[in-house]
Design a protein around this ligand. Structure first.
Ligand code: TYC
Length: 101
């Protein structure tokens, strides 16, 4: 019998699950200026001007556009901050979140 056979073993099964990602969605409205939407996308979501413009135009044409995916906390914080940036200037700009399938 070897020494190691006397040691009771606990088999630890790793139980780590990948956190579910949440989408941040930009919602169109009739009042927020296009350039302001682009500036919020650049500031809050670190987008370059071309990507920010493309996302803004997609939301404008289709009603909404997925901006990015994050863990739940980060998605909600960014959506709130971006929505508040519009509200401070009296715009109805809205960012929402929803879990990815
Ligand atoms: N529809 C707005 C306008 O014509 C621009 C806009 C685009 C607003 C996307 C919100 O999520 C939005 N001024």
């Amino acid at each position: 019998m070897t020494d190691t056979e006397l040691i009771p073993r606990t088999v630890i099964k790793p139980k780590v699950e990948r956190p579910k990602l949440h989408k941040v969605i930009l919602v169109n409205d009739d009042y927020t200026p296009r350039e302001f939407v682009v500036s919020v996308l650049k500031a809050e979501f670190r987008m370059g001007p071309d990507e920010a413009h493309r996302v803004m135009v997609t939301a404008h044409r289709k009603g909404s556009c997925v901006v990015a995916v994050f863990t739940k906390d980060i998605a909600e914080t960014k959506a709130t901050r971006a929505t508040d940036a519009g509200r401070r200037l009296g715009f109805p700009l809205l960012f929402t979140t929803e879990p990815e399938e």
